[in-house]
Write a protein that binds this ligand. Structure first.
Ligand code: AMP
Length: 193
């Protein structure tokens, strides 16, 4: 099963991805997590990405496409994966389609999380507080100011992907404002398992 979770920051993609990992036994591939790891490790990619991420802008397409191309080659991704936060531009989606076609692989599902943007800032603030309460480091971009830039990047660069996948007949949607368990059930309904 190869699937994409699409939706703005704070929509609940990561939360559902964790549940899908448990249920389907395939890995969650989050470009955000991979980039944060690169920043922490101080790799050349991390150095390049840090400033863009801190201000809420997207990292260049070639960087993330390269990361995903390498990642899907690893053994644990052979039987499938859940993409969380990738693709984020039409150019990334086109590169990814070409990558799959070259390998003779197909995409099984693209699930878009529909949300009320006005409520997302509250979710992000809550996420930051909960992270802090667990004694874990809070993401630098999980603050209302940077969040606005991330949302803007989503509207301008990522939202066109709904049209891209819908024209290909691959887009399914869930109501991301519903309680977590209900969203999980809706996804189960779409996937048929
Ligand atoms: P996320 O954890 O998905 O919210 O991503 C955090 C940040 O990483 C984003 O605001 C971007 O700066 C960067 N990023 C993650 N995935 C991508 C992507 N597919 N394309 C470009 N930038 C990305």
């Amino acid at each position: 099963m190869r699937m994409i979770l699409l939706g703005p920051p704070g929509a609940g993609k990561g939360t559902q991805a964790v549940r899908l990992v448990e249920r389907l036994g395939i890995p969650q591939l989050s470009t955000g997590d991979m980039l944060r790891a690169a920043v922490t490790a101080g790799t050349p990619v991390g150095v390049k990405a840090k400033e863009l991420m801190d201000r809420g802008d997207l990292v260049p397409d070639d960087v993330v496409v390269g990361i995903i191309a390498d990642r899907i080659e690893l053994p644990d991704a052979k039987s499938g994966f859940i993409l969380d936060g990738f693709p984020r531009t039409v150019a990334q989606a086109e590169s990814f389609d070409a990558m799959l076609a070259e390998k003779g692989l197909k995409l099984d599902a693209v699930i878009e999380f529909k949300v009320n943007e006005a409520e997302l800032v509250d979710r992000i603030v809550k996420r930051a507080k909960e992270t802090e309460a667990r004694g874990e480091p809070v993401r630098k971009d999980d603050n209302p100011d940077v969040f606005k830039t991330r949302l803007e990047a989503y509207r301008k660069q990522t939202a066109p992907l709904s049209v891209y996948y819908s024209e290909k007949g691959q887009l399914k949607t869930v109501d991301g404002m519903k309680p977590i368990d209900e969203v999980t059930e809706a996804i189960k309904g779409i996937l048929g398992r």
